[in-house]
Each structure stands twice: as structure tokens, then as C-alpha cells.
Design a protein around this ligand. Structure first.
Ligand SMILES: Nc1ncnc2c1ncn2[C@@H]1O[C@H](COP(=O)(O)OP(=O)(O)O)[C@@H](O)[C@H]1O
Ligand SMILES: N[C@@H](CCC(=O)OP(=O)(O)O)C(=O)O
Length: 268
């Protein structure tokens, strides 16, 4: 029998990517969204404090506007994100309401932690929402966050933002849901013999070499940004699990210690 994991998880951050929230045809994946809302509401009822970092503004906006290809122009992407974010929050509002769960929207930029005053303001908002049993739903503020170089082709990533949020609010655990079972020694979409890593306690250049390229059409970061997020968590002495978000209720199993996905945790 495979050993159970030991995790502390009174306050956790869950990050979901575009590939979990939308189908490849651009439509909303309602099953995944419903299950996500059910699961997170269930965790709050158990007494846990939960933050959701959700991508999907651009993906949902493209679907809503009936546009097939993500435009390369940043202002066009920003416009689509503005439309998609509203739709995304409307869907969350409806679905969480079924379980009596309240939500609040927080749009952030990565540099928020660099400035002590904005850092404190953001922290105050999170703390107060969590004390009220509200689930804060975070996305990058795509309207203002266009200053990074790689924004010529894509937006900054929510993978690293979720680690920034988790360390800022001193969460014990970051659960990152994606369209893949975890971190493999090489990209499993290219190499049939790729092997899933169940536990990683140290990330170095060799680990990054296994992260091959961008994933899906609408997702942005691929595995590199997930590893950078994991590195941030490990450096802060915290844990991260990367797992498949096809059925977001997998979170219940992960929190029970089932050895699914990849656990990033320093050697205990
Ligand atoms: N070593 C690896 N292990 C797992 N997935 C990898 C690896 N290298 C690259 N990938 C790619 O990263 C993708 C996940 O990233 P991404 O598409 O950005 O997802 P999300 O939308 O969930 O953020 C996988 O579907 C896979 O194609
Ligand atoms: N902020 C943007 C993109 C964020 C992003 O990191 O996407 P993903 O790789 O799917 O997590 C959005 O909501 O579409």
C-alpha cells in the first residue's frame, strides 16, 4: 500500500488554470466549475480558510465573443480579459451561491508585494475576507499588468501569482490544478515514456530542463511557471501539490493525504 502524505492545511490556496475551466473549443467546462465550487464550499464548511486563484478571463472572453484565436495584440487581449473576467465571476457567483458560499474578487499585480503599503492593504483585505468565511477569488489585473517583457505574446502568469498570494497570507499549502496529472521528468505530451514525479523536495536547473514548452492553446505558462511557483513555496518552507483538475473534488483526496499528483515539499 502506498503511504499517505502528511499535510497541514488550515489555510490553503487553490489555483485553477484556463485548461481546467474551459474546453478546448473555448466553452466553459461547467462540470469542472460546478465541482470546484462544491469542493471549496465544502472545505469552508469544514472550517478551512480557502483562497481561489482563477485564470480564465481571456479564455472565457474569447468563448463569449466567439473568437477562435487568442489575438497577439495586448490591448485586444486586455479588452477580451475585461469581458471574460466579468463572465467568469458571474458564473462563480451563481455556482457558489448554490452552496450558500460568499465570494469576493481580488485583482492583483505581481509587484503588489514590493510596496509595503499596498502589501499591507492587500493582506488586510484577505484577512478580513477569510475571517468572514468568504472565498477571495484572485486573478491578475490584466488591465494594468502589461509591463512584463513576455506580455508581447502572453499575460503574466497566475502560477507565480498564486505562490505570491500563498506566501503573503501565510497559507500552509498551494494546490495547483492543471490539465495534467502532475510534474513529469519530461513533457508527457511529447514523450510517451515520461515518468510522473510523486514528490520533489528540491528544484534546480535540471528540474527546469524537464519543463518543456507551453501547454494548451489558451493556457499561458506551461510547466516552467508552475516550477517557479513551487520554488517560491519551497523557499518559504511551504508545500505545493500539482494535480489534475479534471475532477476538482480531487482536492478532498489530496487533503486526506492520498499520494496523487506531485507534492513539492522540503525534506522533513
Ligand atoms: N515536465 C512536464 N510535466 C507535465 N506537463 C508538462 C511538462 N512540460 C510541459 N508540460 C506541459 O504543461 C502543460 C500545463 O500548463 P498550462 O497549459 O499552462 O496549464 P494551465 O492552463 O493549467 O496553467 C501540460 O499540459 C503539458 O503540456
Ligand atoms: N490572467 C489571464 C491569464 C492567466 C494565466 O496564467 O493563465 P493559465 O496559464 O491558464 O493559468 C486570464 O485570466 O486569462
Amino acid at each position: 500500500m502506498v503511504e499517505k502524505r502528511h499535510l497541514r492545511s488550515e489555510r490553503l490556496v487553490v489555483k485553477v488554470g484556463t485548461s481546467t475551466l474551459t474546453h478546448p473549443n473555448g466553452k466553459l467546462n461547467l462540470q469542472a466549475i460546478d465541482q470546484l465550487c462544491y469542493t471549496l464550499s465544502g472545505l469552508v464548511n469544514e472550517g478551512k480558510q480557502v483562497v481561489l486563484v482563477s485564470s480564465g478571463a481571456i479564455g472565457v472572453g474569447l468563448g463569449l465573443m466567439g473568437i477562435d484565436e487568442r489575438p497577439s495584440s495586448i490591448p485586444q487581449q486586455q479588452a477580451i480579459a475585461a469581458v471574460g473576467q466579468t463572465q467568469l465571476m458571474t458564473v462563480y457567483q451563481q455556482r457558489f451561491a448554490i452552496y450558500g458560499q460568499k465570494i469576493g474578487q481580488i485583482l492583483l499585480t505581481h509587484d503588489v508585494v514590493d510596496y509595503p503599503i499596498s502589501h499591507q492593504n492587500v493582506l488586510n483585505t484577505f484577512e478580513n475576507l477569510l475571517q468572514l468565511n468568504v472565498i477571495p477569488i484572485v486573478n491578475e489585473n490584466d488591465t494594468v499588468a502589461v509591463d512584463e517583457l513576455d506580455h508581447h505574446t502572453k499575460f503574466g502568469d497566475n502560477d507565480q501569482l498564486s505562490a505570491i498570494v500563498a506566501t503573503t497570507i501565510d497559507a500552509d499549502l498551494l494546490i495547483m490544478l492543471s490539465d495534467i496529472d502532475g510534474f513529469f521528468d519530461k513533457n508527457p505530451r511529447k514523450f510517451a515514456d515520461a515518468v510522473l514525479k510523486s514528490k520533489i523536495n528540491h528544484i534546480d536547473e535540471q528540474t527546469f530542463e524537464g519543463a518543456g514548452g507551453q501547454g494548451t492553446k489558451l493556457g499561458t505558462g506551461g510547466m516552467t511557471t508552475k516550477l517557479k511557483a513551487a520554488q517560491k513555496m519551497l523557499n518559504a518552507g511551504k508545500s505545493m501539490i500539482l494535480a489534475n483538475g479534471e475532477n476538482p473534488s480531487i482536492i478532498f483526496k489530496l487533503l486526506q493525504g492520498d499520494p496523487l499528483g506531485t507534492l513539492f515539499q522540503t525534506q522533513k
